[in-house]
Design a protein. Structure first.
Length: 219
């Protein structure tokens, strides 16, 4: 009995230690349908790998200079439509699921921009999720186009529209458009995923390094 109690205590301590190492987890919006590696409409693994190779090569020295490390987890065979980021100590973990890359309409450039969004959770700065050191969703979106795309030397206007419309499809929202309607202003900063139209306006604000939209950011 004492041995069983001892083992259970050790397991509990290990679980607590793991929670202490892994800070807040930021997910991409998920959908119920999963997309397998043989989807005919999807980008292929070489395109997916090339996009992530480009980011890893560019961002490794950026993270190292800041005293951090970037770990990109390539879950190509996982059919979940998702991407996520979290800290483990000084390592920013970015997991890119193959199901997202295979979602209908998603392009290679959109996959790249999603990865930049996830990096934005680690490097995007304030506003942060309350009590966490992960940037809020809107801030990660803003980082992806204001810092991420310029760092890679790529344009992201087309991928921003593609991504926003894919997000709308995932969430059964109306298709976003440019310049889009005037959206209601928040009275406090919204930390979760804004609606797709708001996210498109955030991407576009980042491209021109303009003010963050009031549809999620309170100032």
């Amino acid at each position: 009995m004492k041995f069983i109690t001892y083992c259970l205590t050790i397991l509990a301590l290990l679980f607590i230690a793991e929670l202490a190492l892994a800070d807040g987890l930021c997910d991409w919006p998920q959908v119920a349908t999963q997309y397998q590696p043989n989807q005919a409409h999807a980008i292929v693994k070489t395109q997916y790998d090339a996009a992530l190779d480009q980011i890893q090569k560019k961002y490794d020295p950026i993270f190292q200079k800041a005293g951090y490390r970037l770990r990109i987890i390539r879950s190509w065979n996982d059919s979940t439509v998702n991407a996520q980021a979290w800290w483990t100590g000084s390592t920013c973990n970015v997991e890119m699921f193959g199901g997202l890359a295979r979602y209908p309409g998603i392009t290679t450039a959109a996959v790249r921009q999603v990865a930049l969004h996830e990096i934005g959770h680690c490097l995007g700065g304030a506003p942060f999720y309350p009590g966490e050191d992960m940037s809020a969703e809107g801030q990660a979106d803003y980082y992806s186009t204001s810092v991420g795309c310029p760092a890679l030397g790529v344009a992201c206007k087309a991928s921003s529209l593609n991504l926003a419309r894919s997000l709308a499809s995932m969430s059964s929202e109306p298709k976003p458009w440019r310049p889009g309607p005037s959206l209601p202003a928040v009275s406090t900063t919204y930390f979760e995923h804004p609606e797709a139209q708001c996210r498109l306006q955030t991407y576009d604000a980042g491209i021109v390094k303009g003010a963050r939209p009031r549809c999620w950011f309170f100032r």
